[in-house]
Design a protein around this ligand. Structure first.
Ligand SMILES: [Zn+2]
Length: 189
């Protein structure tokens, strides 16, 4: 027989259960585990959260910006997926992983060496570079800034006045801060 005190109510889940005090919070045995995990292993909570909720763990829009960024390791796990597009071109889509999360994507295909398709490739590069930037923001808490977007867009350009080059030119007008001269220097690869 388990004894239940009438006045014993878990402060986390609200159930009338046998509770014990953890850091001055009266919790049931289930919530005790949750509480201790939040306290001692917040990374595990964040990881578990993303499995079930497609939204930030905290409502603040800037919560990722407040987290300590995780450095991208020198060596990462990776998976390569082979796919065929509607024009029967073979593609290799590579995903770099850190602790099971995607942090960078690359796409390559046989038409990489076709000079007539330079603009298509630069557009493709823009897509994968920006997706990678967003993934690193989501999973490694890398701050997401206009400067970083601009840098990735500019690096995607293969020739003057291709789409990334034009986008860079337009978006660069919205930059605040350092002068154009120092921009050029800082944005070289
Ligand atoms: Zn509880």
């Amino acid at each position: 027989m388990t004894e239940k005190k009438q006045d014993s109510r878990c402060q986390l889940c609200g159930n009338a259960k046998k509770t014990q005090s953890v850091d001055n919070v009266a919790v049931c045995s289930t919530c005790r585990t949750v509480l201790m995990t939040v306290k001692n292993h917040p990374e595990a909570i964040r990881k578990a959260w993303h499995l079930y909720h497609d939204e930030p763990i905290l409502p603040q829009p800037n919560n990722i910006a407040n987290l300590e960024p995780i450095d991208l390791p020198d060596v990462v796990d990776g998976k390569r997926y082979r796919t065929v597009d509607r024009e029967q071109n073979k593609w290799y889509l590579s995903v770099s992983e850190v602790e099971g999360n995607p942090v960078e994507v690359f796409a390559s295909t046989a038409f990489d060496r076709n000079h007539e398709l330079q603009s298509r490739i630069s557009n493709l590069t823009t897509i994968t570079r920006l997706i990678s930037l967003i993934l690193r923001h989501i999973f490694l808490y890398e701050p997401l800034t206009l400067d970083k977007c601009l840098k990735q867009i500019q690096r995607s350009s293969r020739q003057k006045n291709d789409l990334p080059d034009m986008l860079y030119g337009v978006l660069n007008r919205y930059r605040k801060g350092p002068t154009e001269e120092s921009d050029k220097n800082s944005l070289i690869m």
